[in-house]
Design a protein around this ligand. Structure first.
Ligand code: CO
Length: 473
């Protein structure tokens, strides 16, 4: 008998994107994904996150794969399940802002090639940086999800979250996601946060967190009880640690309750069996490090994402200053405060982390400002949550020859880019989408285009050889 009060939690599976990005540097290949797609399509997921984020860069750069081709193959396989991608607002899938015409074209092509849901975020939560992508997604009939980068600090009151949820609804988004990239959201705070978002808007709420600090599964439980509609999980062989809570575990935890997603545990077990041997291989090759698999409670202490800590260690190593680790850890929250208490997520995490290292190693704070720090301080990444430190901002303005920080939407400064990009990559183009790969990563894409051509020449030659009887057929 159907339970009248049933409100099954929906689940987004991340094993094909965030899970391998978080655990094995985004190295899962399309070939490794395709054989299991059929079974995954039968689970009943709300969506499968399989594209965007770092997968685009990693495909071209390390795997020598066309990311667009991957998307089309996944779309062929997933006949019943929505495909989801992660999109960095005006930065698309890169690290710096692009012109509106590039953002619009990227959204159009992503949807045309198979994406249903676009999760769009901005590293300083400036909604103006999301406007173009949201509008483009609306136009192409995609689902535009606005993701708020979750962080802690004086500025982030429940009023802040309630107010921004309302603004997201007003701007035409289809749902809201809390993107807790560092695993900072603890269970009791999740209850309050979900309630605040629900008070602010009528949109569905999705929660995305990482297991890094060990609280994620409990946080999901509390969030769902508070009305959260969708959660992000990963199949167990690629779950936990710096990845998401395990799909099987969360489905089991809700089984028999009003939130039961109704998943078949036997089917989930078969899918896990497929990924498990890969996990063993990645462990054996060192691609999967035990370091990212445990609980790192320091992320709660320092409120720093796991990836930022490992970056920092390698920067200090390069400078022969590994003994400064603790000092830098203490400097990070101070820099973050000077920079307007922004969230720490790509690329702001790299900007704050690098500046903190410089402040400590140079022996004087802000003796040297990186180009990215200056840009952030003068408003080129958008409006920060709190005002930045005026003294430090003055330094940045002076060195850039500016009188005033910019207060308009940063991309208003960027002229249309598409026409020139088309010209620049014309000689390599084999499909419309190539110009977008080139726009984001000109050098990496060019190398890939050359590699692709060389492969095709090889195939042509061997086919000819076969026809001529050079090789046994
Ligand atoms: Co994530």
């Amino acid at each position: 008998m159907a339970n009248q009060a049933a409100k099954p939690v929906k689940i987004t599976e991340t094993v094909l994107r965030d899970a391998h990005q978080s655990l094995i540097a985004t190295r899962m290949t399309t070939e490794q994904m395709l054989p299991i797609v059929d079974k995954m399509d039968k689970v009943g997921y709300h969506s499968v996150e399989c594209w965007g984020g770092a997968t685009f860069d990693a495909s071209l750069r390390f795997l020598k794969e066309d990311p667009w081709e991957r998307l089309r193959k996944l779309k062929d396989g997933f006949k019943n399940t929505k495909l989801q991608m992660l999109f960095r607002g005006q930065n698309i899938l890169g690290y710096a802002p692009y012109a509106d015409d590039v953002v619009e074209y990227f959204v159009q092509k992503s949807i045309a090639n198979g994406i249903d849901i676009i999760r769009i975020f901005d590293c300083v939560n400036d909604l103006r940086n999301l406007q173009t992508a949201v509008k483009a997604s609306n136009k192409e009939k995609g689902h535009a999800q606005v993701a708020l980068s979750y962080t802690l600090g004086d500025a982030y009151t429940l009023e802040y979250w309630r107010d921004i949820a309302k603004r997201i609804e007003d701007m035409g988004a289809d749902s809201i996601c809390i993107k807790d990239m560092a695993g900072l959201l603890v269970p009791s705070a999740a209850t309050e946060l979900v309630q605040a978002l629900k008070d602010g808007s009528k949109l569905p709420i999705q929660l995305h967190t990482h297991y890094t600090s060990g609280v994620a599964a409990m946080t999901y439980m509390k969030a769902v009880e508070a009305g959260c509609d969708v959660i992000d999980t990963a199949m167990s062989p690629l779950a936990m640690g710096t990845s998401q809570p395990a799909t099987e575990v969360m489905a089991k935890a809700f089984e028999g309750t009003e939130y039961d997603p109704g998943f078949d545990q036997n089917l989930l077990a078969e899918i896990a069996d497929y990924f498990r041997p890969m996990r063993e291989e990645w462990l054996a090759s060192g691609l999967l490090s035990p370091k990212v698999m445990g609980v790192n409670i320091k992320t709660l202490l320092y409120q720093v994402p796991g990836g930022m800590l490992s970056n920092m260690v390698s920067q200090l190593k390069e400078m022969n200053a590994e003994d400064k680790y603790d000092e830098v850890l203490e400097e990070i929250p101070r820099v973050r405060k000077d920079f307007g208490e922004i969230p720490l997520v790509t690329p702001s995490s790299q900007i704050v982390g690098t500046q903190a290292v410089l402040n400590v190693v140079m022996g004087e704070r802000y003796k040297m400002l990186t180009k990215e720090s200056k840009d952030l301080l003068v408003g080129k990444y958008g409006q920060t949550t709190k005002p930045v430190n005026k003294e430090v901002q003055k330094k940045a303005l002076d060195s850039l020859g500016m009188k005033e920080p910019i207060t308009y939407r940063p991309a208003d400064d960027i002229k249309p880019q598409l026409e020139q990009l088309e010209k620049d990559c014309a000689q390599y183009k084999q499909q419309d989408e190539d110009v977008l790969s080139y726009a984001l990563f000109p050098q990496v894409a060019t190398d890939f285009f050359k590699y692709r051509e060389a492969q095709q020449t090889k195939v042509d030659a061997s086919l000819a050889d076969a026809e001529n009887g050079v090789y046994p057929v």
